[in-house]
Write a protein that binds this ligand. Structure first.
Ligand SMILES: NC(=O)c1ccc[n+]([C@@H]2O[C@H](COP(=O)([O-])OP(=O)(O)OC[C@H]3O[C@@H](n4cnc5c(N)ncnc54)[C@H](O)[C@@H]3O)[C@@H](O)[C@H]2O)c1
Length: 325
């Protein structure tokens, strides 16, 4: 039997704290060599792109593949979303697909979870911190949830080019997290924060890296193609650079690839993978002045870990529909 879980099923069982726990373990497996993570494979049919993201986590006993499609004309032509994702979770002993679940909400939570784990290890550990969020879309909401789970947040500021998106963000997230969230007039209001998340669809830098104060932690999760970036050369140069994966950063992340091409940094500027910090192979923050930066491209190990926790929780709660395929 295969368990089918729709978006509301996934929403009802996936909590940020649980997701951060398993995502942390998944990054540790990557650093310890017990994760199998092929680079994502893409196929381009005429109207869009189809991406296949498989991974295996040996210690967790989890095997899955996420299928994501990006079809730009979907909303106008078919009244369907541009990006659609589903995760196929397999039984590691028998190989059979035991669960097919919606991957949209799962992707947003697991992306937030990676930033939450990075914040836990790299941000200053003080009470009453502030968060600044660039973008007010799907991912941005989960970034704030994750930062609020990792640190004691006093208040947050959000900036988006869409006023409507900011209003929705504030209504939804201030209720959910019970913290004060202010609408920023410009990027200058956001960069004063202790912890900054960039989660926009911008392909251009969102702020001037010279203006970031010492001790700031940044999670950069948007742009992940070689020619696009949310972070400028200056902030990359000033930061201790930690990536989700070295390979993904140097093949997908304009944030580091553009400064490298400009000759502003060398490859040695890549300090560590997040898993190396989690497992203690490399030191995290050692003082209150360093600017730490986590660049996330999104790895299939995060999807696999999140899918396993969703499946186990759904089985325990009797959620979803079982079908014979
Ligand atoms: N790292 C990962 O694992 C991962 C996973 C999923 C999505 N993403 C990326 O995250 C980004 C956001 O995705 P989403 O699903 O939230 O998209 P979304 O469309 O829901 O939200 C993006 C928001 O960014 C805003 N924006 C665009 N330019 C801006 C600017 N210059 N300043 C401030 N706001 C601006 C838009 O108005 C929009 O509200 C995308 O680039 C996406 O590819 C990364």
């Amino acid at each position: 039997m295969t368990l089918i879980l729709n978006r509301s099923d996934v929403i009802s069982v996936l909590d940020m704290k649980d997701c951060m726990n398993v995502v942390e373990k998944a990054f540790a497996e990557l650093a310890n060599g017990t994760a199998v993570l092929p680079l994502r494979t893409g196929i381009k049919p005429p109207d869009g792109i189809s991406l296949y993201m498989p991974a295996y986590l040996k210690e967790m006993g989890a095997l899955a593949c996420k299928v994501v499609t990006v079809y730009k004309d979907n909303p106008a032509k078919y009244n369907m979303p541009t990006t659609i994702g589903k995760v196929l979770l397999q039984d590691i002993n028998k190989g059979d697909v035991i669960c097919i679940m919606d991957g949209g909400y799962l992707t947003a939570v697991r992306t937030g979870a990676a930033s939450g784990v990075a914040t836990k290890y790299l941000a200053r550990d003080e009470s009453n911190q502030t968060a600044g969020i660039f973008g007010a879309g799907v991912q941005a909401k989960m970034q704030l949830w994750a930062v609020a789970t990792a640190r004691d947040l006093k208040h947050a500021t959000v900036y988006d080019i869409s006023d409507e998106a900011m209003d929705k963000f504030i209504t939804e997230m201030s209720g959910k997290l019970n913290i004060e969230i202010k609408k920023a007039k410009s990027a200058a209001d956001v960069i004063k924060a202790d912890i900054i998340c960039t989660a926009s669809s911008s392909a251009e830098p969102l702020f001037d890296g010279k203006l970031i104060k010492e001790g700031t932690h940044i999670n950069g999760i948007g742009s992940h193609s070689p020619g696009a970036r949310e972070l400028d050369t200056e902030i990359i140069k000033r930061s201790m650079f930690v990536g989700d994966s070295r390979e993904a950063c140097f093949s997908e992340a304009g944030d580091i690839m553009i400064p490298l091409k400009e000759g502003a940094i060398t490859e040695d500027h890549f300090y560590a993978e997040l898993g190396e910090i989690i497992t203690g192979k490399k030191k995290g923050r050692t003082d209150g002045k360093t600017i730490t930066l986590f660049k996330s491209n999104g790895l299939a190990i995060q999807d696999v870990a999140a899918a396993k926790v969703v499946y186990e929780s759904a089985i325990a709660k009797g959620i979803g529909v079982e079908v014979e395929i």
